[in-house]
Ligand binder design. Structure first.
Ligand SMILES: [Fe+2]
Ligand SMILES: [Fe+2]
Length: 225
């Protein structure tokens, strides 16, 4: 049961200076560690997609708004350390949202989603968690590569750079969620995609089932799953 007067939206969260600072810091730390982009572009895309998934499946709009907020905040824990960033991020989000006056029932849904989004330790534990996982794991795209000089050396950079487009297709009637990804196989073979995305794909499949949906993976117009 969610308190009726909760009105904090993702726009409020986006304009919070503390949020902006921690997202910048998280992305800078990951840049220093050699990771792909995890800044405003990544969290903005994940936020939008997480909300859209729940809305298109007919969930309550407030639940979709909570998924948007979880999406925007999900990677701030990287400001502390990449290791366990899902847990540290949930705690940072707790502090920020509490100070913004969000009811604890809503904060609980958001921190539970953030704390379970990472494939190393995560599991889709709720609808918000499932939507966040589905959005986050789909963001394979060339705009995430910081330095194209690395693409021959680094498989993550290579696969991301090869990903020309990616979309999440939600079909509420047949209850199907599909990742539709276009990969330039001159840059990376599809096998390399699976090498680094297999655990993410398995997590996405579990997340879809929490939302009562089948999961499909389409790469270069071929249905692989
Ligand atoms: Fe993450
Ligand atoms: Fe992420």
């Amino acid at each position: 049961m969610i308190t009726k007067n909760s009105t904090i939206t993702v726009d409020d969260v986006k304009s919070n200076p503390r949020v902006r600072y921690y997202i910048e810091l998280a992305d800078k730390s990951l840049e220093a560690l050699g990771y792909t982009e995890h800044g405003f572009r990544h969290v903005g895309w994940v936020s939008y997609q997480a909300g859209r998934i729940l809305r298109e499946l007919g969930y309550d709009d407030r639940l979709a708004q909570l998924a948007e907020i979880a999406g925007y905040l999900h990677d701030i824990g990287n400001a502390i350390n990449r290791v366990n960033h899902e847990v540290s991020g949930a705690l940072l989000a707790y502090d920020i949202l509490k100070d913004m006056g969000m009811p604890y029932e809503e904060i609980g849904k958001i921190i539970g989603a953030i704390g379970t989004h990472h494939e190393a330790s995560g599991y889709p534990v709720s609808e918000v968690s499932a939507a966040l996982i589905l959005a986050d794991k789909a963001d394979v795209h060339r705009t995430r590569v910081r330095n194209t000089d690395n693409i021959s050396m680094d498989i993550h950079d290579r696969v991301n750079y090869a990903a020309i487009s990616r979309d999440i297709i939600v079909d509420p009637d047949s209850r199907q969620i599909s990742y539709d990804i276009q990969i330039d196989t001159n840059i990376a073979p599809v096998l390399e995609f699976f090498e680094i995305f297999l655990d993410r794909t398995i997590m996405a499949k579990k997340a879809a089932s929490v939302l009562g949906c089948e999961f499909h993976l389409i790469i270069n117009n071929a249905k692989l799953l």
